[in-house]
Write a protein that binds this ligand. Structure first.
Ligand code: NAP
Ligand code: GDD
Length: 323
């Protein structure tokens, strides 16, 4: 039985990855950030399953800012594979909490690499890098060779973690790889990301609990996929014979406006009656033309996204509406 160690296990990707690995008969160990109300939402079901919790799934509270809190569960797990997913993952928030973002998202990755390097049995290491490392790229689509030139504090912190992952691979012989992930969504997406914010608002408007939806730049474009497809990519990347970086993306661009129209339509509402834009939600810098080329992941790993943009938004709206 293989053992995996996941940081950020309670996040969107961490929870889907846990389900995937348990289905593949892994023993899964994970760290999550302790919340004052003690609740784990995305892992609630697995945590209450007596056949899984403390049998093949082990959870420990830890903080990326506190190396010792990670070292103990990591050494106990003695993993074959580490998936480093924990991060301050909101780009907009990174402009308000620059230092924290660099500490958690940038230095946090270095902390994990250093702890991994010192384990008696060398594990394989996955770093959740981001398309934000490319900033506003001059050429599209982006691939593994696109120059790193971030324009946001979050992107800069991820660029640091990405390069450190390469340095540990090259200089310390760690099987360490970057998955350069483009946007991916699901009903488990954090509430402040644009897809979930829109889908939640649609349900609230439908139920009469909300009267309008205030967004930032609705002309912004992204390459949006589904989180289930991306965690499958993470796993495939760590099974490859050699440590290499991979872009995971759909290769298709959509506008925030497209999400608005799909989501309101799915609930039988006219978006024009409810949606407005406000400067407060515009960002000081917002990457443009960010669209990935997943050709290498397809060629080398046999990976390709299976869930479409339209299916993803439909699933997200459905999850917000009353049963
Ligand atoms: P997510 O839902 O925000 O999950 C991140 C997890 O990290 C959360 O559970 C969070 O806990 C935890 N965390 C934050 N600060 C921490 C700290 N100081 N110590 C310990 N844990 C901490 O993000 P995701 O969408 O699953 O993404 C997974 C990873 O992929 C992230 O590194 C993200 O930056 C990266 N990524 C995501 C996308 C995407 O589109 N989803 C694209 C590119 C890259 P709290 O809930 O307590 O904050
Ligand atoms: N969050 C948010 N809220 N975004 C809005 C809004 C709004 O009200 N209105 C427009 N947008 C635009 C943002 O300016 C951005 O252009 C786009 O919608 C997507 O924003 P987010 O959903 O917050 O995601 P992101 O692209 O900034 O970051 C996500 O993807 C990155 C990979 O490209 C995060 O998951 C990052 O962690 C990830 O690295």
């Amino acid at each position: 039985m293989k053992r995996a160690f996941i940081t950020g296990i309670e996040g969107q990707d961490g929870s889907y990855l846990t389900e995937l690995l348990l289905a593949k008969n892994y023993e899964v160990h994970g760290i999550y950030r302790r919340a004052s109300n003690g609740s784990l939402t995305n892992l609630r079901q697995l945590q209450s399953d007596p056949l899984v919790f403390q049998k093949t799934l082990f959870l420990s509270p830890a903080d990326l800012d506190d190396a010792e809190s990670i070292r103990i569960p990591l050494e106990q797990a003695a993993p074959d594979e580490i998936y480093h997913l924990a991060s301050q993952s909101h780009v907009g928030a990174s402009f308000e909490q620059v230092e924290e973002t660099c500490r958690v998202t940038g230095l946090g990755a270095l902390r994990l690499l250093e702890l991994a390097r010192k384990l008696p049995k060398s594990p394989r290491f996955f770093h959740a890098s981001s398309s934000e490392i490319f900033g506003s790229p001059e050429s599209s689509p982006q691939d593994e060779t696109t120059p790193v030139a971030p324009v946001t504090p979050y992107g800069c912190a991820k660029a640091f973690g990405t390069q450190m992952t390469r340095i540990y691979r090259k200089n310390f012989g760690l099987f360490a790889i970057n998955g350069i992930l483009f946007n991916h969504e699901s009903p488990r997406r954090g509430e402040n990301f644009v897809t979930r914010k829109i889908c939640r608002a649609v349900a609230a408007i439908k139920a009469g609990r909300q009267t309008e939806l205030v967004l930032g730049d609705t002309s912004a474009q992204r390459d949006w996929g589904h989180a289930r497809d991306y965690v499958r990519g993470m796993w495939l990347a760590l099974q490859h014979t050699a440590p290499e970086d991979f872009v995971f993306a759909t290769g298709k661009l959509h506008r925030v406006q497209d999400i608005v129209e799909l989501a309101f339509q799915a609930a039988g509402l006219d978006w024009q009656k409810y949606v407005r834009q406000e400067k407060q939600f515009f960002r000081p810098a917002d990457p443009r033309q960010v669209v990935g080329n997943p050709a290498k992941a397809k060629r080398v790993l046999g990976w390709q996204p299976e869930i479409t943009f339209e299916q993803t938004i439909a699933e997200m709206v459905q999850a917000e509406l009353p049963a």
